[in-house]
Design a binder for this molecule. Structure first.
Ligand code: G6P
Ligand code: MG
Length: 223
């Protein structure tokens, strides 16, 4: 049987280590309001983990925009998002996040970030935890964003660890799907209707049981 002992943990950033998910929501809501598009907090749930472009396509639905206007809205959303991040600091780490990463390292496993965000490195710097990761894969590390596995596979390759020996911690359905597509097991953070396909699930980052996380070494579908 394949050796699936967990050697590395790949953490999603937004919604797992910090609540930028809320800032992404606020920025999209402002853009949708300005552009007269229907959007709310519930619709935002489906955007977790999706790239900036895929998020706007999802918000637009059947509404068609020319390429210039599409690019303008993306640019405006990012500017708004960066404004919201301006005051971010180590206090914005989610409860338990720093301890979880530190404990995984203390137990001799490698750590990485795998985020669809092109702002991921900046956010990690602001949180003051960049040096806690052996690899960082972001929206520029792969040709396609989640649910494509490219970002997680880039993180695993950078770590030098086979995908089946990596576990991904994710708050988004698209991220759980990406982990599975890459041959990795997934630990979901959040409600079952969002991350129910993950092999293990916890309500919040602070609830993650490190023994269970590092013991998640069964075949796909089981821990
Ligand atoms: C993360 C978030 C998404 C966001 C994406 C791109 O995956 O969960 O909500 O759209 O990153 O982020 P960016 O900072 O590049 O716009
Ligand atoms: Mg996320």
């Amino acid at each position: 049987m394949a050796d699936r002992r967990v050697e590395a943990v790949i953490f999603d950033l937004d919604g797992v280590l910090t609540d930028t998910a809320e800032y992404h929501y606020l920025a999209w809501q402002a853009i949708a309001d300005e552009a007269g598009l229907t959007f709310d907090r519930r619709a935002n749930e489906a955007l977790r983990g999706l790239s900036r472009e895929a998020s706007l396509r999802a918000i637009l639905g059947d509404t068609e925009l020319d390429a210039a206007r599409f690019a303008e809205l993306l640019e405006r959303k990012n500017r708004r998002y960066l404004q919201l991040l301006a005051s971010m600091g180590p206090d914005d780490l989610l409860e338990g996040a720093a301890d979880l990463v530190a404990e995984v390292r203390r137990r001799g496993r490698l750590t990485a970030v795998g985020s669809s965000s092109r702002n991921a490195r900046m956010v990690l710097e602001r949180l003051g935890i960049t040096d806690q990761f052996d690899a960082i894969a972001d929206g520029d590390s792969a040709a396609a964003a989640k649910p494509d596995p490219g970002i997680f596979l880039a993180a695993a390759a950078d770590l030098g660890v086979a995908p089946q020996r990596c576990v991904v911690v994710e708050d988004a359905a698209s991220g759980v799907e990406a982990a599975h597509a890459g041959g990795m097991r997934a630990v979901g953070i959040g409600p079952a209707d969002r991350v129910g396909d993950a092999e293990l699930r916890f309500e919040r980052t602070a609830d993650v049981d490190v023994d269970a996380l590092l013991g998640c070494s069964g075949p796909p579908g089981r821990c």
